[in-house]
Design a protein around this ligand. Sequence first.
Ligand code: NAD
Length: 365
Amino acid sequence: MGIEFVYSQPVKIFFGQGQFARIAEVISQLGLHRCIIVCGRHFSSRAKLMEERMSEICGVFDGVRENPQLSGIIETAALARLKEADGIIGVGGGSAIDTAKFASMLVRAPGETLSYFKGDIPFPAEHLPVIAVPTTAGTGSEVTQVSVVSHGKEKKTFNTPAFMPLAAVVDPELSASVPGRTTINTGLDAMAHALEGYWSRNHQPISDIMAIEAVRLALENLERAYLDGSDMQARSGMALAALMGGLAFALPKTAACHACSYPLSEDYGLPHGEACAFTLDSFVRINADERLEELSRRAGLSGCEELALRIAELKRLGGLRDKLEQLEGLDLDKLVSDCLAHPLMKNNPVAMDRDSLRELFENLK
Ligand code: NAD
């Protein structure tokens, strides 16, 4: 059978150093007039200044925390309703952008939040437009229709076209203040998106090209961005790697590393990127085949083994957990069962079972 695929990428992307300074122009180009900003603490004072000075910004919710909770999303939607906003700007890492996406859907449908979270009712068709402004270089949420939300300890991924941002403003200057360890764990999230999109059972030609370039850019720039956060060439390379990583997995979806990341975050508290990176080098070895050898060579390496070694080195450099004994209160049977139960596990090109996954974890010593 010949090549056959459907490719769609509807987000208008404004990329480059200094782009965020043009946000008022972007808002009006998109036909919006009154937006609220959703962010975490690191952007709080700048967002409040923008509210004071810009007629296009009518409110700020600065309570986003890592692994965003439904409660913060409800507050965001209530603020947008109160201010009669016509758009929501998510400024931050994946947590802020995903909060903006989920809240955009609740603005016109208050009171149903938990039912949407539980999947009891379909998402409403009407929602506010979202402008995504990433300040980490990792999730690629600025170009995906995914929103990852937690309620208590339960963390769920929602995937619906309504969550596709209207636009993304990607300005590498905004990531200059990301601390070193977060730089590495978000950067390895970008690498996981690219690799998992590439080896996903649903991979397709355009996403493959994005994946190869994202891996090349991450290998070239991640260590540099870690060593000198103000290196704008490296930050820019990583912002592009994250964006392309998002495009690489948006349609094919991720696979086993992301399946394992959910229990690793929920039960052992690993931040998302660190949780994905925990098994990434192991799956490079397990999934190694001619295609992955080719990606490794095109990304500037000798092959899959060097790729696995480089990922392991980056984890060590950032002080990320990479050993089983570092998981506090480990219950290996439960960990293996929970990873295997996640639907993304089925997307891995090599079928995993209880014995092979247990062996993978036991080798992390
Ligand atoms: P994050 O958004 O949780 O941010 C990590 C930390 O970095 C936070 O404390 C944040 O305040 C801080 N931070 C962010 N930008 C900063 C800056 N410029 N300077 C200083 N500090 C800064 O981390 P993340 O890795 O970007 O996002 C993770 C979340 O995104 C998880 O919930 C994950 O499941 C989700 N995710 C979503 C998608 C998607 O497509 N929607 C894809 C992958 C992951």
